[in-house]
Design a protein around this ligand. Structure first.
Ligand code: GLN
Length: 294
């Protein structure tokens, strides 16, 4: 393995049992970019570029780790979300592109309502990707974020520092009414959440590099109560959202209608279900018009 071209060849052979060809190419590009500090354009345009022994050794070590199925983002310890850098490790879920669409929707909604200031809460923040990308684009908002995992919060804090944003992080369990979130105001303008929603049935269909490596507390819900987090978050939102406050959820594609119904029954209005870029029911926005303020 001497040139960029050789690396592509070697990674292709070494990973063909785990990933599809286009995924292998994307991973190889990411790894070479990280190890050699070459731009993706340079990697593609100059495949004959020779690499140093040190670079080859690092590329070999990374390939060995990739062959265990460990996601490349955990191996490199970082990823990008909404154009921003994020540290990741197995205490947090790797940010997904679908979640960028949820962030986009929240920003669009704030923009069309011309809200320059307000407060925003992210429930189950993980790496902090939602809270941080929203704060970055809504600097006038006070942003808070909760998570049950202290390790996740530590990662989220490092990401807030990395992106130069000020966010209040709170360790709390949304399923436990006695958790330390009662001090939060009842005037929150926006609540966002991508809570755990994967059922055991879904698990059987998932790639092992998700189920074997990503944090189970962030992913799985009981088969007999798949909407457990949605119920708890909706109840919390009823108490804490301001008049005309908005609630955004990422959802399990199999429970779109059920989640809409749940929110309707709880008294939310203007409930909108949206598909992600793959055409799957993936997110919901709803509003709470009865005031909890007066
Ligand atoms: N979308 C994630 C996945 O497919 C799951 C995220 C979640 O459970 N909130 O792995």
């Amino acid at each position: 393995m001497k040139t960029i071209k050789d690396v592509f060849e070697r990674y292709k052979q070494g990973l063909d049992k785990i990933y599809e060809t286009n995924e292998i190419e994307a991973i190889t590009l990411l790894v070479i970019n990280e190890v050699c500090n070459f731009s993706k354009a340079k990697i593609k345009a100059f495949p004959e570029t020779e690499l140093s022994n040190q670079q080859v050794e690092r590329l070999n070590n990374i390939l060995t780790k990739l062959q265990t199925g460990r996601p490349v983002q955990y191996i490199l310890g970082k990823t990008e979300f909404y154009g921003l850098p994020f540290n990741v490790n197995p205490s947090v879920l790797i940010p997904r592109p679908e979640t960028e669409e949820l962030v986009e929707w929240a920003l669009e909604s704030v923009g069309s309502r011309q809200l320059a200031v307000g407060s925003l809460l992210d429930i189950g923040t993980g790496s902090g990707c939602i809270a941080i990308s929203l704060k970055k684009n809504l600097p006038g908002f006070k942003v808070s974020a909760i998570d049950i995992s202290e390790d996740a919060l530590q990662t989220a804090r490092s990401n807030a520092a990395l992106n130069n944003v000020d966010i209040e992080f709170i360790e709390a369990d949304i399923l436990n009414p006695k958790s330390h979130i009662s001090h939060l105001t009842s005037h929150i303008s926006i609540i966002v959440s991508n809570p755990p929603y994967v059922t055991l049935h879904d698990k059987t269909q998932m790639h092992t590099n998700v189920t074997d490596f990503e944090p189970h507390t962030a992913l799985f819900v009981p088969e007999n109560d798949p909407l457990v987090f949605y119920k708890a978050i909706a109840d919390f939102a009823l108490k804490h959202l301001s008049k005309n406050g908005l609630l955004f959820f990422e959802i399990n594609e199999s429970y779109g209608e059920e989640t809409v119904q749940l929110l309707h029954n709880k008294g939310f209005n203007n409930i909108e279900l949206r598909k992600d870029m793959s055409g799957r029911d993936r997110m919901i926005r709803c509003e709470f018009s009865s005031s909890s303020e007066e």
